[in-house]
Design a binder for this molecule. Structure first.
Ligand SMILES: [Zn+2]
Length: 292
């Protein structure tokens, strides 16, 4: 065993406690890879100061940035998905749901309720991509529908922050029927002359995009968000053509008449406040959000 005792490799010194980087101190931009101090990144609302990429937010972060403090009241928080098809992919759907519930602290991929933006009362929905890619199953569809119904009942506008990878295939037709259900309610809002604003964030695609996310009276998008039905890779493989640069990003979609405004995150609250005040014939109220 002489070879084992022979010093073939020189051990690197263990870094001192002071020189170790604490967990969570830095955050990496998922687009350009630049490293930011987490504190600065959060102060900049998770927008990369180098490439202006708008990173995904949690529902709580989105609320803090958008709403008047202490005005949000959550509704239908207890609605949780069932597993009507007893669907098994690699793991059973019911187990997958439990895992996401533990990870996010949410029952499903959307939080709904009502609150105020610059003093204007609105019905609200916030989708969370971290929960099964914010796919729309029966609970997401039902909660969005009830948010629209709340708007109808109280005659207030609706604002939905959209993000989604599509329909929740594990719920089969029960998932797909949510597209028709939510779209029908948007029709009711239009009949009642109640404004509906949808804010498209990265990414908003597939079944959600083909239903309530594309039916707003005003469609706002965050910069450079992926917006479309099928993703660019699927389209390229289907039509066997190279797609143009920036295809399906907010700016491209706006150029083609599908998005009304592109609003950077820092200006989102002010923009929504002004638009809502205009639509409800009131003067905007100067209220500072929790995030300034
Ligand atoms: Zn970046």
């Amino acid at each position: 065993m002489a070879w084992f005792r022979k010093a073939q490799y020189r051990m690197l010194p263990t870094p001192s406690v002071e020189s170790r980087v604490p967990d969570g101190l830095c955050a990496k931009c998922p687009r350009c890879g630049v490293i930011h101090l987490t504190r600065d990144y959060h102060e900049n609302l998770r927008v990369c100061s180098k490439c202006q990429h708008h990173d995904k937010l949690t529902v709580q972060e989105r609320m803090k940035q958008t709403l008047d403090p202490k005005t949000f009241v959550e509704t239908n928080a207890d609605l949780a998905p069932a597993d009507p098809l007893h669907f098994v992919d690699i793991i059973p759907y019911s187990e997958r749901i439990l895992k996401y519930q533990r990870q996010t602290g949410m029952k499903d991929a959307v939080v709904t309720g009502h609150g105020e933006i610059k003093g204007v009362e609105v019905s609200l929905a916030f989708m969370n991509f971290a929960f099964v890619a914010a796919s729309m199953g029966s609970v997401v569809g039902e909660k969005i529908t009830r948010a629209f119904e709340y708007s109808l009942e109280h005659r207030i506008p609706t604002v939905v922050f959209c993000t989604s990878g599509g329909a929740r295939m594990q719920e089969g037709i029960l998932s797909l029927m949510q597209m028709a259900k939510t779209s029908a309610l948007v029709g009711c809002l239009k009949d009642a002359k109640l404004p509906y604003i949808n804010v498209l964030t990265d990414p908003t695609t597939a079944g959600v995009m083909a239903s309530f996310a594309s039916l707003g009276d005003l469609t706002i998008a965050e910069p450079s968000a992926l917006i479309g039905f099928a993703g660019p890779r699927v389209i390229e493989q289907t039509i066997r053509q190279v797609l143009p640069k920036g295809f399906q990003r907010s700016e491209f979609v706006q150029d083609h008449g599908f998005v009304d405004m592109i609003v950077p995150r820092k200006k989102m609250r002010d923009t929504l406040g002004s638009v809502l005040a205009m639509l409800t014939h009131r003067a905007p109220v100067e209220v500072v959000s929790e995030q300034g």
